[in-house]
Design a binder for this molecule. Sequence first.
Ligand SMILES: [Zn+2]
Length: 473
Amino acid sequence: MRLLMKNLQKINYFSSPLAWDQKLGKILSRHYARQWSSFTEYLSPDATKDMRDLRMNRLILRTYKNVPAYSVHYREAHIDPAQVRCEADLRLLPCIAKSDFKKYAMNNISCFASDIPKTHAYANSTSGSTGEPFQYALDMRYANEKTVLRYRYWNRAGITMSEPKIFCAPKSALFLVPNLIFLHPHFFRARKKEYIERIRTSKAEVLFGFPLLVFDLLWALAEENIDLTFRRAVLAGHSVSPGIRSFLKKRFECEMFEYYGTGETGSIAAECEIHNGLHIQEENSIVEVIDDQGKPVPDGISGKILITSLSNEIMPFIRYDPGDKGMILPDRCPCGRTSKRIVVEGRNNEFLMLGKNGEIISPSILRGVLDQYFNHFHRYQMVQETIDHFVLNIVPVVRLDKSEERKLLEKLYECMGQTANVSIQYVKKISPLRGGKFQYFVSNMWSRKFPDGFFSNIPIEQQSLALQRRRGR
Ligand SMILES: [Zn+2]
């Protein structure tokens, strides 16, 4: 065993995580991998890149051979993947997006590797923020590696994995982290007393979830003049405005750490204690930024984000376009970690809807219900027409029958509260919003609840005044 460990320690865990798991067993492997994960943060960029190139080459060749959708995708672009030897060559390959995966699936061209047993796949569905649901599969053989990298950013924030955390996000993400206390965002006001009691009893000092949902919870607590404080908040899902960050710090003494990821690729980058950009997890992710013509842009210039995840051989994501914009920061972080940092810009329109009783309604939670219909909907969009009436526009693949419609509405009412009224409407197409972006919900009512401009960079003094005014009403 000692000899085995000695040999394994010569090989960076992130060069071949599966080999470590196979040789040591998952528990022991994860234990040593965590040590590697604190070490590799400070490796020279070239050393990290050498390690990544090995995995990237293997992944690309395997994918071309065994995943029919990619074989077609690369042949149509007249590309021989054997030409890709290092990261700089990645740009030879065409990008791939959700719409490509959907197109191949509809033409019965498989997006899954034929040489890996299906038992290693975990199937899920997502529509991101566009209302275009698609199904993907995660490669569970790499779950250990992803857990190790996820633990690393919790460690960075000074949070232990076992400590209790208040959780405000779609319930479907509950499995990600242990010891989460789920507070349903649609009932912060209706169940305020119960939730305050649960927070007190749990002694939780950490918040985890979507920024606006966590913010709405804290706003509800602040309105009650509650003396609770929180040590840390770990937030993701959309960009956090400086106004929210400042509110958390000044009102709840809470330091915020943001991370970036998608359901299909897992976490990609996370903030450090300097709070200036997010360090990319370069051990298993390659992030590129390109312009509208597909050409790489220099660091410091904003463009479209492409992600290559090295931890999914079952349904690979190679130069995948998740629909986000951002830029890579041009210099190294003063914290000493050597990875590049990214600023993500394209996720700042994840807003909310407003219920009749003053509760916010989170579209991301409704998405959990609607994305299950990826076989039925090409695209959907929920529009809030009045305070208690919503229209669900659907571009159907197949129309739901009456009993399926009833079931869908029941699921929506269960999570929106019974005061809402939703009509289903089948349409031929849903147009993008002004600016060209598809958005899966439309409402301009939610922000009435909060002071104007709160979600931009406004001084905390103005926030306190606004809160006092509201309390005085
Ligand atoms: Zn840093």
